[in-house]
Design a binder for this molecule. Structure first.
Ligand code: SAH
Length: 216
């Protein structure tokens, strides 16, 4: 099977079957070459239905979880998006296909540097990779129409809520180290509206408004 056929089957079996219906999201994920974001030794598993290890003891998220998160952001194409936890850069590439401008923050320099290189090699010119503590957001480019957090914290960082535009959506896993719920917050004229998208398991969000260290 060629790589695009693998992606089409990933979309059918892993996403459509689990009720991801947003055609813009599905098309974006057909276009992003996920195999370019996984370690070479795991090339044959690039389109498997699970997260995979990357450097620094981190992971590239499961395709379904990326789709669920991105679909919940309800992007139309004109948005300014912030992602916390660049990791491999895979989700940032998916977001870049669906929004106008993407800023993504990673706390490990080595991951940020290789993700930025990968995204440049693939000609994603609307993604900006930053190094730092994403729990503080990125005030210089705020407000954001959508914020996606790819690591799990004990509570919703105040700084991220402060940087969410009116009508903006924030998707973040919240819970303890072992299990979390994926939460979507929408900023409405009546205030913040919160709902759960289901149980998930992410690597820890480590920073000032997250966990203080990486220990499980
Ligand atoms: N979106 C990524 C998933 C990476 S896993 C992908 O598609 O590959 C989550 C990432 O969040 C890890 O790389 C981890 O180092 C990073 N991370 C954890 N806490 C962070 C913080 N406070 N700021 C920025 N990045 C953080």
């Amino acid at each position: 099977m060629d790589r695009e056929a693998e992606r089409r089957s990933m979309i059918r079996e892993q996403l459509e079957r689990r009720n991801i219906r947003d055609t813009r999201v599905l098309d974006a994920m057909v276009n992003v070459p996920r195999h370019r974001f996984v370690p070479e030794s795991l090339d044959q598993q690039a389109y498997a239905d699970n997260a995979l290890p990357i450097a620094e003891n981190q992971t590239i998220s499961q395709p379904y979880i990326v789709a669920l998160t991105v679909a919940a952001l309800q992007l139309e194409g004109h948005e300014r998006v912030l992602e916390i936890g660049t990791g491999s850069g895979y989700a940032a590439a998916v977001l870049a296909q669906l929004a106008a401008e993407v800023w993504t923050i990673e706390r490990y320099r080595s991951l940020a540097v290789s993700a930025a290189q990968r995204l440049a090699d693939l000609d994603y010119t609307n993604v900006h990779v930053m190094i730092g503590d994403g729990t503080q957001g990125l005030p210089e480019h705020a407000p954001y129409d959508a914020i996606a957090v790819a690591a799990a914290g004990p509570h919703i960082p105040r700084s991220l809520l402060d940087q969410l535009a009116d009508g903006g959506r924030l998707v973040i896993p919240i819970g303890n180290r072992d299990e979390q719920r994926l939460i979507r917050i929408v900023r409405t004229p009546q205030g913040l509206h919160e709902e759960s998208l289901g149980p998930v398991r992410f690597v820890p969000l480590v920073g000032r408004e997250g966990w203080q260290d990486e220990q499980a």
